[in-house]
Design a protein around this ligand. Structure first.
Ligand code: PMP
Length: 408
């Protein structure tokens, strides 16, 4: 049963009070980016109005305050995902940069011709193109885990793809289109049995459920602050300490070195080795505020609330004649992709917008998945902790209005 106390959270998000086209804003695009609670906005404003300075450089009061806030943010993230030490947390711009960092810093160094990188057809481009390119650079080959007809990764299919030549496996924890929740811990076991490294794109899971990296069995985990109530431009790469130590830096410049002479340089310790240049300090502070906010609500509660909304929306849309819904029925995460028959998804999204309902339409940065589904694009509604039953009703109503508009 829906956790009714979560419904009150809407008031924490000032933007949700803004009318859109004369209607209440029904924000169903959180898989693209989430809205920000006032506490996160305040944390960024407080940083810039009270503590702004560069980090890890100067010794003046503001610089020390900024450095403390920045490193505290790293501790907050480390505890949030169960990292064994804060040095395992590398701040990046987001999931995309985190995954590219693994491809450049780890895969390029260790892959050889004949090695295999296992991926799935449901991957977001940011967990696919870095591997395509790493394969081209190193002579490794891509291998695909084939999906079940309803868009799941079965263990049999994973087992068929992961073999003696597999050196890396890169899969999403939760699909940003199908709403599939992948059996990452079991895939980790299969990968580790052949000494392969598991990279998890957790962009759509870390915001929605408690994550403990040691239980998950991942070797690298990537996620974005902006999909979990935090600011844009800040994200995380978590890696197992020895693997990060072995990886090469990919951004060269200030603060990532211990010594530089005319010809050579040596690298700083973790995590600075990967954080060349001035980091997104205010972003890290905002992300920590977002994590404190989510923890205050409770990750278990968020998980049951958003999964319930996803499953409820799946059922509700599937029951509407002329609507095709994609992905597995159960379990289904907080993302529901659909098409209204004979209406282009962009037209669907436009009618929705005229009613104040914000959804995404397009290929969702997952073109190989669109090819697998046999469609060019879909509409997608996605939920977060501030959504409720009324928002699902608004979604269903918007579909009826779309059908009426296009005279179906
Ligand atoms: N992977 C998945 C599953 C995603 O949903 C997204 C964001 N749509 C990304 C990766 C990329 O995240 P970012 O744009 O924040 O780097």
């Amino acid at each position: 049963m829906m956790d009714v106390t979560l419904v009150d959270l809407k008031k924490d998000f000032p933007i949700l009070a803004r009318p859109i086209n004369g209607h209440r804003l029904v924000y169903l695009d959180s898989a693209a980016t989430t809205q920000k609670p006032q506490v996160v906005i305040d944390a960024e404003v407080d940083f810039y109005t009270q503590h702004n300075a560069n980090v890890l450089r100067s010794v003046h009061t503001l610089a020390e305050e900024a450095t403390t806030l920045f490193q505290n943010a790293r501790h907050t993230v480390a505890t949030f995902v169960g990292a064994t030490r804060p040095e395992e947390i590398v701040f990046t711009r987001g999931t995309t940069e985190s995954l590219n960092l693994v491809a450049r810093g780890f895969a390029d160094k260790f892959l050889k011709p004949g090695d295999e990188i296992v991926v799935s057809p449901m991957e977001h481009h940011s967990n696919l193109i870095p591997w395509q390119q790493a394969a081209k650079r190193t002579g490794a080959k891509l291998r695909y885990i084939e999906l079940s007809p309803d868009g799941q990764i079965t263990l049999e299919a994973a087992q068929a793809a992961i073999g003696d030549h597999t050196r890396m496996v890169a899969v999403s924890h939760v699909s940003n289109v199908l709403g599939t929740i992948n059996p990452v811990a079991e895939i980790a076991e299969l990968a580790h049995r052949v000494n392969a490294v598991l990279v998890v794109d957790a962009a759509q899971s870390v915001p929605h459920q408690p994550i403990d990296v040691s239980q998950l069995g991942a070797d690298f985990l990537a996620f974005s602050g902006h999909k979990m109530c935090g600011p844009t431009g800040i994200g995380v790469l978590w890696g197992r300490y020895p693997l990060l130590v072995e990886s090469d830096p990919v951004i060269y410049g200030g603060e990532m070195i211990t010594y530089v002479d005319r010809e050579t340089a040596t690298w700083a310790d973790l995590p600075e080795k990967f954080e060349g240049g001035t980091p997104n300090i205010a972003g890290a502070v905002g992300l920590a505020a977002a994590i404190h906010y989510l923890e205050g609500v409770g990750m278990e509660r968020i998980q049951s609330h958003t999964q319930e909304l996803g499953e409820m929306a799946f059922d509700r849309l599937q029951a509407i004649p002329g609507v095709t819904v994609y992905g597995p029925k159960r379990p289904h995460s907080a993302v529901v992709a659909f098409n209204v028959n004979r209406v282009h998804p962009h037209d669907v999204a436009q009618v929705f917008d005229s009613l104040g309902v914000a959804i995404r339409a397009g290929h969702h940065c997952a073109q190989p998945l669109m090819q697998w589904l046999g469609v060019g694009s879909t509409a997608r509604a996605s939920f977060y902790l501030y959504n409720d039953h009324q928002d699902i009703e608004a979604l269903a109503h918007a579909i009826e209005e779309t059908k009426r508009y296009f005279r179906q």
